[in-house]
Design a protein around this ligand. Structure first.
Ligand code: SF4
Ligand code: SF4
Ligand code: SF4
Length: 225
């Protein structure tokens, strides 16, 4: 049987009565202290809310709705057959912690719909791969092996006709057709075999729609990113 830790009466005082998810005085004070610490180094806003949009499972692209409805129950991650659903941490921002995010180094989204089916709150709503977007794939010129050694490992990965190779045998993304499924990033071997300490990007990275719009291209040099 699970044992509850002993608390003083003051420590266990709750800001909402009983039940799961209540905020204890200790937790609240801890959160305030963490936020104050972030403010002290000038990064409170970004540390609290996160640096930008995360890639969400299909139907979770409305950030306001997702944050309002998501119970952080982990069911979407647990049913994903490809393993591409991951969980955000405080490194993604305090508000994002334990919400679902996609990691295309582990798998890609084949739009099976299982995560949407198990989401009981509607945080993951409808999604049409033909016209909606998880994100947009962006080729990283500094990482893509087609720019150096030669590589075509991602060539046949796209089921949506968004990835072709040009006359120099380098990948080109059609942002209109790309829905951000992540199959190309998953297939990329640039960080699988050509990895180096601290590297996190592959030759293709799916960016959020807002990040892609800020970049304004499906090809970046990648330096400093
Ligand atoms: S299944 Fe729905 S409510 Fe549960 S963590 Fe996933 S998005 Fe949130
Ligand atoms: S639709 Fe299927 S493959 Fe895509 S994230 Fe949801 S469970 Fe995973
Ligand atoms: S993320 Fe890659 S594989 Fe998926 S639709 Fe876009 S270009 Fe095609």
């Amino acid at each position: 049987m699970r044992r509850e830790p002993a608390h003083s009466a003051d420590d266990s005082a709750s800001f909402s009565e009983g039940g799961r998810g209540r905020v204890t005085r200790r937790a609240f004070i801890g959160l305030c202290a963490a936020t104050a610490a972030c403010a002290a180094v000038g990064g409170a806003g970004k540390a609290f809310a996160g640096q930008g949009d995360l890639l969400r499972p299909p139907g979770g692209q409305d950030e306001a709705l997702l944050h309002a409805a998501c119970l952080k129950c982990d069911r979407c991650r647990s049913v994903c057959p490809t393993g591409c659903v991951s969980v955000a941490t405080v490194d993604d921002g305090f508000l994002q912690a334990r919400t679902p995010k996609l990691n295309f180094h582990r798998g890609y989204c084949d739009f099976c719909g299982k995560c949407q089916e198990v989401c009981a709150t509607g945080a993951l709503g409808a999604f049409d791969p033909a016209c909606d977007k998880i994100g947009v794939a962006v080729v990283q010129r500094d990482r893509c092996l087609a720019y150096t050694l030669g590589c075509e490992n991602c060539k046949d990965s796209c089921a949506f006709g968004a990835l072709t190779f040009d006359g120099d045998r380098r990948p080109v993304i059609d942002a209109q057709l790309c829905n951000g499924c992540g199959a190309c990033e998953c297939a990329c071997t640039a960080l699988v075999y050509g990895t180096f300490s601290g590297g996190t990007r592959r030759g293709i990275v799916v960016e959020s729609v807002s990040a892609y719009e800020a970049i304004g291209s499906t090809l970046v040099d990648g330096e400093g990113r």
